[in-house]
Design a protein around this ligand. Structure first.
Ligand code: HEC
Length: 147
């Protein structure tokens, strides 16, 4: 009886470790553009949540480098003409999930996080969609950075 319990305990520990590792190993980065289904899903997410500021063609707000009337940053382009590709996937995922304002102390940003609305998979998909706009050299640079 005692033996069986220890065995079960070991099994339980093993299972816990295993599943814990699986969740830790849920490293979804780098996000590639390999799946057209994922890109399509990302497009839907984008069109519903991001277009109003980042524009339908991902070109961002007009004169995006200027500040808006109340001194906040305008929505930058996400299509590769800005500096989105300078950030690795972990950073981009976090910006979308939490908003830059949550991540950077004393920074007032207008983009709120989408963590309540979008799943991690939605966010990954929207990133795949965004990356599908990038020129190949920037895409590859950013993929290497995100590994
Ligand atoms: C209310 C306007 C608004 C909406 C809606 C919005 N954003 Fe933004 N986004 C911004 C602004 C402004 C910034 C610049 C950072 C800041 O000031 O918070 C930004 C920054 C970003 C960045 C960092 C880009 C870079 O080059 O540094 C990413 C990525 C991004 N947004 C993706 C998204 C996605 C994906 C969505 C939809 C799920 C979205 N945004 C919705 C306004 C918006």
């Amino acid at each position: 009886m005692m033996k069986l319990n220890i065995l079960n305990l070991l099994k339980l520990i093993f299972l816990l470790l295993f599943f814990n590792n699986v969740s830790l190993a849920h490293n979804h980065f780098p996000i590639t553009t390999d799946s057209s289904l994922m890109i399509k899903r990302g497009e839907l997410v984008y069109n519903q949540n991001c277009v109003s500021c980042h524009m339908i063609d991902l070109s961002g707000a007009k004169n995006w480098k200027d500040l808006d009337d109340d001194g906040h940053r305008k929505a930058p382009p996400l299509n590769g003409t800005g500096h989105t590709w300078h950030h690795d996937d972990k950073t981009l995922h976090a910006i979308i999930k939490y908003g830059l304002a949550k991540l950077v102390k004393n920074y007032e940003g207008k983009m709120m996080g989408f963590g309540d609305k979008l799943s991690d998979k939605d966010i990954d998909s929207v990133l795949a969609y965004i990356k599908s706009y990038w020129p190949l050299d920037l895409y590859e640079f950013q993929i290497n950075m995100s590994k």
